[in-house]
Design a protein around this ligand. Sequence first.
Ligand SMILES: CC(C)(COP(=O)(O)OP(=O)(O)OC[C@H]1O[C@@H](n2cnc3c(N)ncnc32)[C@H](O)[C@@H]1OP(=O)(O)O)[C@@H](O)C(=O)NCCC(=O)NCCS
Length: 160
Amino acid sequence: MINYRKINKDESNELSEYHRMRHALWPAHEENDLREEMLKILTGNTFYKNELSWSTFVAEREKGKLCGFIEITLYPKLDFAASMPIGFIEGWYVDEDIRMTGVGRKLVDEAIKWIAAQGCWEIASDVEQHNLISQEAHLRLGFQEAMREDNCIFYKKAIK
Ligand SMILES: CC(C)(COP(=O)(O)OP(=O)(O)OC[C@H]1O[C@@H](n2cnc3c(N)ncnc32)[C@H](O)[C@@H]1OP(=O)(O)O)[C@@H](O)C(=O)NCCC(=O)NCCS
């Protein structure tokens, strides 16, 4: 049975797993940069744009063995949405062997619970234009296209 919860930043094994999955999601990024970013996220530092905070939820398939994560930020405002503040999915990943079994959806549910508790009523996300699977998954989860810019499609979804 898969367990969904906030990441435990005090478990070194969990941090290795989180780092492994971040590298699988962003293989072109330097491992060290990904690790530094991860540590900033876990210590509550903001570093990216004008985000207010970060949170990470993970899917755990057995003790200490993770199989997915979602990273969410809170922004004071986004150009393509009316709500303020608004939650944004920065990273969403599930290990290949268990994709299409509902793990990604459950991670988004965890993100939505957290965002709602911060007083938001919308969640947003972006997907690269070539990533057709993620686009399909966003639509299946009830996201609607909000804007296209450069190589990205932005989505949003009401959560209340
Ligand atoms: C995108 C991703 C996180 C989805 O995770 P997942 O665990 O497979 O998602 P789920 O099984 O919960 O599926 C969610 C919905 O998307 C649909 N979906 C998922 N993968 C799909 C695929 N390959 N083709 C068509 N639909 C798909 C599912 O059918 C489901 O809809 P349904 O409940 O109506 O059937 C996963 O594919 C992944 O990690 N991809 C690589 C990294 C990535 O691209 N991340 C997103 C960056 S924006």
